[in-house]
Design a protein around this ligand. Structure first.
Ligand code: UD1
Ligand code: MG
Length: 459
């Protein structure tokens, strides 16, 4: 009995109904392309190898998926799903005794748990072909499954009569074949249909009427079978994935106050006892620790946030790392390359970029800190600006441990403020400040007595 299997994912079609410049399967759902989601699900079943049929924008697809257990076959012109399978003929001829799982590349909701019964049934019954079906309330867009006395047929919606359209059992687009039998039947498929394409679905009738053992595997997981053909179907698929992700996180101890307004990408990890307020977005490969609180409007992109961190309202963090016990915001912005050390705080309208910000240091109001290395327990006063760009190049600012930068200071980089030094408010620092020193660049204040009333009299 054949037990191993290869997988073939059909991903060569443009996806005309998507009306996009980019091939359909590269569109992203919660930070992961449709094809990546399908490949990840199929990989979890441990196939001997995954082959992907590429065609439209093949360079783009190959570039994104050039991973170990996957290879690519090219379908030069997209003449239909059966034609796509035929593109893999050379590979398949080498493994005639194996099984082949064929799956449309536009089924991002299918979980490995839903694929497994198909494989099991195929092997248990010793079938030549087992294909997945589902009974749906509204099977619009799906090929309908017709069980006849001596064979099974799939009729594509475009080719169906009004009474066939009323059938509620649809073809999901996932099949498992014995490869020898598949190769024998494939050349018999013609283009005698409304679209003039080679439909893979025709193989059901061909095989079931020529002595092959063909069976349907009816899945109960109807929510997963959305074939994403247009943007509306993609929006619906995203909705399902979004809730699936949030549910999984709640099971791990994360609190969501309003899942419907919260966006958490596929690969995001969040620790237990973290609380997520409404309208929080966490994207990419972000990791949030335990016992954190993310207040409304927080947006984290590809960043790591340690345990017990508070991110106050409307704080944005991108490609950065925030260590444990920090507090950021409201309205703080970390641009790429920031490392915020334990217990540090940033406040309203503080922007940082490519900066190491030391443990327990603070910048609480209206500051820009860019290309800087800030030591421990540094205090950055309101309105401090590191002037890191001279119009040609970026330069570094160093502020050593325990330094105090008075409000309204400009630090003209490259420049260094030594350990424990003070910079008086309103200074423009152009030269290094020695440790323990006070630097002041203010013009001395002068006073003209009675000046104001003299001015008024002049009028
Ligand atoms: C297909 C099925 C339909 C089923 C539905 C489930 C056929 C003829 N119809 O219809 O019975 O109910 O899926 O979602 O198979 N592709 C290629 N090369 C091609 C054409 C398509 O690789 O020449 C790929 C596409 O990139 C896509 C997949 O095959 O990933 C399915 O094609 P699509 O056009 O979406 O088929 P449906 O109309 O959805
Ligand atoms: Mg489709």
């Amino acid at each position: 009995m054949k037990t191993g299997f290869h997988a073939l994912i059909l991903a060569a079609g443009k996806g005309t109904r998507f009306k996009s410049d980019t091939i359909k399967v590269l569109h992203s759902l919660m930070g992961k392309s449709m094809l990546r989601i399908v490949l990840d699900s199929v990989s979890r079943l441990n196939p001997d190898k995954i082959h992907v049929v590429v065609g439209y924008q093949k360079e783009k697809v190959i570039q994104e998926f050039d991973t170990e257990n996957t290879d690519f076959v090219e379908q030069k012109t997209q003449l239909g799903t059966a034609h796509a399978v035929l593109a893999a003929k050379k590979i398949l001829q080498k493994i005639p005794d194996q099984n082949l799982l064929v799956m449309n590349g536009d089924l991002p909701l299918i979980r490995p748990e839903t694929l497994r019964p198909l494989l099991k049934q195929h092997i248990r019954q010793g079938n030549d072909l087992t294909f997945m079906t589902a009974v749906m309330e509204n099977p619009t867009g799906f090929g309908r499954v017709v069980f006849l006395d001596d064979r099974i047929r799939i009729i594509e919606e475009k080719d169906a009569t009004p009474s066939q359209r009323k059938l509620r059992e649809g073809n999901v687009g996932i099949y498992i074949f014995g490869i020898r039998e598949l190769l024998r039947a494939l050349p018999k498929i013609s283009t005698q249909n409304k679209k003039g394409e080679y439909y893979l679905t025709d193989i059901i009738e061909i095989m079931s009427s020529s002595g092959n053992k063909v069976a349907a595997c009816r899945t109960q997981n109807v929510k997963e079978i959305v074939g994403v053909n247009d943007r509306y179907e993609m929006a619906r698929a995203i909705e399902v994935l979004r809730h699936r992700k949030i549910k999984a996180l709640t099971e791990r101890g994360v609190t969501f106050y309003d899942p419907s307004s919260t966006w958490i990408d596929f690969d995001v990890k969040i620790g237990s006892d973290t609380i997520i307020y409404p309208s929080v977005f966490i994207e990419g490969q972000s990791v949030i620790g335990k016992h954190c609180i993310l207040y409304p409007g927080v947006h984290v992109i590809n960043s790591r946030v340690g345990n017990s961190v508070k991110l106050l309202t409307s704080t944005v963090i991108e490609d950065s790392r925030v260590a444990q016990n920090c507090q950021l915001g409201p309205f703080s912005r970390l641009r790429p390359g920031c490392v915020i050390k334990p217990g540090a705080k940033t406040g309203n309208f503080v922007e940082m970029k490519n900066t190491v910000f030391g443990s327990r240091s603070k910048a609480m109001h209206l500051s820009y800190v860019g290309d800087a290395i800030v030591g421990e327990k540094v205090n950055i006063g309101a309105g401090t600006i590191t002037c890191n760009y001279d119009g040609l190049k970026k330069s570094r600012t160093e502020i050593d441990e325990g330094a105090f930068i008075g409000s309204g200071t400009q630090l003209i980089a490259p420049v260094k403020v030594g350990k424990g030094a003070y910079v008086g408010a309103g200074s423009t620092i152009t030269k290094n400040v020695s440790p323990d020193a006070l630097a002041l660049t203010r013009v001395k204040q002068e006073e003209k007595k009675g000046w104001a009333s003299r001015r008024k009299r002049r009028k």
